[in-house]
Write a protein that binds this ligand. Structure first.
Ligand SMILES: N[C@@H](CCC(=O)N[C@@H](CS)C(=O)NCC(=O)O)C(=O)O
Length: 208
């Protein structure tokens, strides 16, 4: 299998998922600042031109973080990255995964593209203020979930954690202050120490 990723972006969740599942894969880096053959391949494989893209051994391709993460988790059920089909735990994990993908990730998105939203600096400031409020509302929700749990689903690391840890890493890039979130701070340190996460951060050039 091959994973097309860009360093530290949402595709890092899939990179972590593959590493945690301990399945054989090759990670191919794309960088929009340095167009190369990998970027050309990505744009051919995904009409939306975004990472992640997973290419299976037989050539089939899969896009979207949530689908890739679910697929990878199900390749190695014994790693418990996602509970069995039909279980309450699976449904709840997918609810958290969806929260991260559809709510938290998308709350951060405007903070990366203020200049694309408007050339007007006053408008950019308004959008930034609105986006910050949205980000903090969702961070507070995740923080309270982690008040009495090691991971989103308790003592077991799941694919929802792979994605949450990835998105939390963006805070320093866009100036989201994390001081108010003690549970998230402890959680970030805990996930950071996981050997699979260390391996991915090293591969993506993001070790602290
Ligand atoms: N819903 C999509 C989101 C993908 C996405 O937003 N990818 C971003 C990185 S976080 C990207 O490739 N951006 C590059 C660009 O837009 O040029 C998924 O889950 O795959």
């Amino acid at each position: 299998m091959k994973l097309y990723y860009s360093a530290g972006s949402c595709s890092m969740s899939c990179h972590i998922g593959l590493e945690e599942a301990a399945v054989p894969y090759e990670a191919l880096k794309v960088d929009w600042g340095k167009p190369d053959a990998h970027l050309a391949d990505l744009e051919r494989l995904n009409p939306l031109g975004v990472v992640p893209v997973l290419v299976m051994k037989d050539g089939r391709t899969l896009t979207q973080n949530t689908a890739i993460l679910e697929m990878v988790a199900d390749m190695k059920p014994e790693m418990k990255l996602l509970a069995p089909v039909g279980s309450w735990e699976r449904a709840e994990t997918l609810a958290w995964l969806s929260f991260v993908a559809a709510d938290l990730h998308k709350a951060y998105s405007p903070l990366f593209g203020l200049q694309g939203i408007s050339a007007n600096e006053a408008t950019q400031a308004d959008v930034r203020e609105w986006a910050m409020k949205n980000v903090h509302q969702h961070l507070a929700h995740a923080d309270s979930r982690l008040a009495d749990r090691e991971y989103l689903m308790g003592s077991t690391f799941t694919i929802a954690d792979a994605y949450l840890f990835t998105v939390l890493g963006w805070s320093k890039w866009v100036g989201v202050k994390m001081d108010a979130y003690q549970n998230l701070a402890t959680y970030i340190d805990r996930v950071y120490q996981r050997p699979a996460v260390q391996a991915v951060l090293r591969a993506e050039g993001l070790l602290r």
